[in-house]
Design a protein around this ligand. Structure first.
Ligand code: SAM
Length: 232
């Protein structure tokens, strides 16, 4: 990957903010992802993220930490936090912002254990495809200390398939409707496309049962989004 996401974070961090990221998917047009949002403070976070931070305890792993907003908040509260991301630029930004333990790492290569594992800003996105969810959940489960919890947010995006008459236009032969091809561009360059997974709560619940995890809905957001707690 070109790491345009990390480049944009670094530009913002270094005072070179001139434009935002542009994102689109196979079912939606161009959208702006404002860089300041990726540097949000606690008070500018969605309620679901605030709740996840309030429930965090013990030794924390922030998976896909981005610019480290959640890690910094918890670190400031005195918790021990490890922040990981596959984006080199994101990890550099975390280090510049003062995250003490930030490492460029794919979550599947993580092997320490934790009391709280955070996956926020559509945390299920990292699983990429429905058929990979079990692999990720099994691995995340193996990283939990006794009594530990995984706090993860996502959305049921079925509403994106509603047509003007209120009917659904989903192709029933296609893959799971939450699997989206995701395109990102920045300053005229295009990132290699990725698959990004939105998982409705019931599908997450079923996947959790299959790997021996309990799955509890903690809160629902304003737009089909939710925060879930997974535990043994
Ligand atoms: C939507 S961003 C969220 C960033 C941050 N959590 C926030 O809320 O601002 C998703 C992040 O996950 C990272 N990521 C994607 N796949 C990953 C993986 N397998 N392991 C670790 N990080 C990953 C991406 O590089 C990106 O920084």
């Amino acid at each position: 990957m070109k790491d345009l996401f990390g480049t944009a974070l670094l530009d913002y961090q270094n005072g070179n903010y001139t434009e935002d990221l542009t994102t689109s998917t196979n079912i939606s047009e161009d959208d702006v992802l404002p860089l300041p949002y990726l540097f949000r403070s606690f008070k500018n976070m969605p309620k679901l993220e605030q709740k996840a931070l309030q429930l965090s305890k013990g030794k924390v792993l922030d998976v896909g930490c981005g610019a480290g907003n959640h890690s910094l908040y918890l670190q400031d509260k005195g918790l021990t936090v490890k922040a990981i991301d596959i984006s080199k630029g994101a990890i550099e930004v975390c280090q510049l912002r003062g995250v003490k333990h930030a490492e460029k790492k794919d979550v599947l290569n993580e092997s320490e254990t934790f009391d709280t594992i955070l996956l926020l800003m559509n945390g299920t996105g990292i699983f990429q495809k429905l058929h990979r969810v079990t692999t990720y959940l099994k691995h995340l489960k193996s990283l939990l200390n006794e009594g530990g919890q995984i706090l993860i947010d996502s959305s049921d995006i079925q509403y994106m398939y509603v047509d003007e008459d209120g009917g659904f236009w989903q192709d029933m032969n296609a893959n799971y409707y939450g699997e989206l091809d995701y395109f990102l561009s920045y300053k005229g360059e295009e990132e290699e496309p990725i698959t990004w997974l939105y998982l409705d709560f019931n599908t997450l619940l079923t996947a959790c049962s299959a790997v021996g995890l309990k799955c509890e809905m903690l809160a629902e957001g304003e737009h089909y989004d939710y925060l879930a707690k997974l535990y043994v």
